[in-house]
Design a protein around this ligand. Structure first.
Ligand code: 2BA
Length: 110
């Protein structure tokens, strides 16, 4: 069994959950925050049998779009100086999805 951890954009999350459920996958949705943009995104946890991994990955790939986003970013600075440095706008391409696949050692439902 594998655990898929997929970081996706909020805009894609409802469609992605619906498609996963329609295709017989379970999903847990976590509200998360990207470390770089400091804006909200969604992390989905999906446990799948090994032979269904490809099908789940295809659903994620086909559902999650990449988008350009402009966001104020603070230069990484420590100490009190950081308070006086204004944020500067950067344009980044976010997504479609950042996906980690882990081996599951055990799976229980009690
Ligand atoms: P954020 O960390 O908010 O990053 C949003 C987007 O900003 C990233 O899109 C990337 O295009 C850009 N970006 C990130 N770090 C950057 C940097 N140091 N300099 C310039 N641009 C940078 P994605 O790569 O599609 O990532 C989307 C979200 O996926 C990330 O949101 C983060 O929440 C998660 N993520 C990405 N890589 C990860 C990793 N290695 N481990 C854990 N989470 C990750």
């Amino acid at each position: 069994m594998k655990l898929i951890i997929a970081v996706v954009q909020d805009e894609d999350s409802t469609r992605l959950i619906n498609k996963l459920l329609e295709n017989g996958f379970g999903a847990t949705k976590l509200a998360t925050t990207g470390g770089f943009l400091r804006s909200g995104n969604t992390t989905l946890l999906t446990g799948v049998e090994d032979e269904k991994l490809d099908a789940a990955m295809k659903i994620i790939e086909s559902t999650c779009k990449s988008r350009k986003q402009v966001a104020p970013v603070h230069a990484p600075m420590s100490g009190s100086a950081a308070m006086y440095v204004p944020a500067y706008p950067v344009q980044v391409t976010v997504g479609g999805a950042t996906v980690f696949v882990l081996d599951v050692e055990q799976f229980h439902k009690f």
